[in-house]
Ligand binder design. Structure first.
Ligand SMILES: [Zn+2]
Length: 314
């Protein structure tokens, strides 16, 4: 590690590459290999400390999801072929373990950061989580990974205030459902609106700092939202841990949606939020991969995000 940089953990698992939802599904294993390729090509990868994601336990999942839901997901897992949980979300024989690894990565990353074994952690895992509601899979998501991280921080480490930062192009409706009016969580998000999942704008709870952005909005509108809405709310809340729902599908090159963020915007927003973490949370940041479907833009954007978390120069 270079002197002056911060220890950043990189948490992943090979099981996350085996979860597939169909030949043409955009949420595909190649997303994780694109991230690894760009981390190597950029030279950032050598500064990260790698960890294998454990399987989340029922106790860890049950802080967010009713055990009947966890059981229903276990029961739905096929021995062969593919089963659909909703029109966008499917399981193959490897999906259950991938989902348990993704949730387990959230737990391990939180442990590493809270114990001071890492300053920050990025979890390169799939399935993503922020559309998963307490008792419903949705939008490529099975377990709500950021919610599991936030609840683990509270129950295993006594953290009273967790900020969840969600810059995915889609509103994190599952995370909002789980934490609305929860005094231990402040969620700050931007998302394209009106757009899937058509939520986040109808009288959000006071602990939800939701900034909808119109199709076509780019760096200027995003940075205004962060500076004018997120940062004052975050500084008022004084989080003891920051958890990112890090989706990169608002990138201009990502044709899943119609926002126009740049690579540089992901470095910039990470720097802004790192300022919040440094002021209030001892710099502690956990980041969970959500969306991002243009493989090149995804890999490059993760490099920008992780580079700033790790304190490495561009
Ligand atoms: Zn998304």
């Amino acid at each position: 590690m270079i002197r002056g940089t911060m220890a950043t953990a990189f948490v992943t698992h090979a099981d996350c590459l085996k979860h597939e939802m169909g030949a043409y599904h955009p949420e595909r294993p190649e997303r994780l290999t694109a991230i690894e390729d760009q981390l190597i090509a950029s030279g950032i990868g050598q500064h990260l400390v790698r960890y294998e994601a454990p399987l989340a336990t029922d106790e860890e999942l049950a802080r967010v999801h009713p055990l009947e839901y966890v059981r229903a997901i276990r029961d739905a897992a096929p021995e062969e072929g593919t089963v659909h949980l909703d029109p966008d979300t499917a399981m193959n024989p490897h999906s259950l373990r991938a989902a348990l690894r993704a949730a387990g990565a959230a737990v391990l990353a939180t442990d590493l950061v809270m114990r001071g074994e890492a300053d920050s952690a990025f979890c390169s895992v799939r399935p993503p989580g922020h559309h998963a509601c307490r008792a419903r899979p949705m939008g490529f998501c099975i377990f709500n990974n950021v919610a599991i991280a936030a609840r683990h921080a509270r129950h295993a480490h006594g953290v009273e205030r967790v900020a969840i930062i969600d810059f995915d192009v889609h509103h994190g409706n599952g995370t909002e459902e789980i934490f609305q009016n929860d005094p231990h969580v402040l969620m700050a998000s931007t998302f394209q609106h009106p757009f899937y999942p058509y939520s986040g704008t109808d009288d959000p709870a006071p602990n939800m700092v939701n900034v909808p952005l119109a199709a076509g909005a780019g760096s200027r509108q995003f940075r205004e939202a962060v500076l004018e809405s997120w940062i004052p709310a975050l500084d008022g809340f004084k989080p003891q841990l920051v958890v990112f729902s890090a989706g990169f599908d608002a990138h201009a090159e990502d044709d899943m949606a119609m926002l126009r963020f740049s690579d540089a915007d992901y470095a910039w927003v990470t720097q802004q939020v790192k300022g919040v973490a440094d002021r209030h949370a001892g710099g502690r940041m956990v980041s969970m991969l959500e969306g991002g479907y243009s493989l090149s833009a995804l890999g490059r954007s993760v490099v920008q995000h992780v580079r700033v978390m790790a304190g490495l120069a561009g």
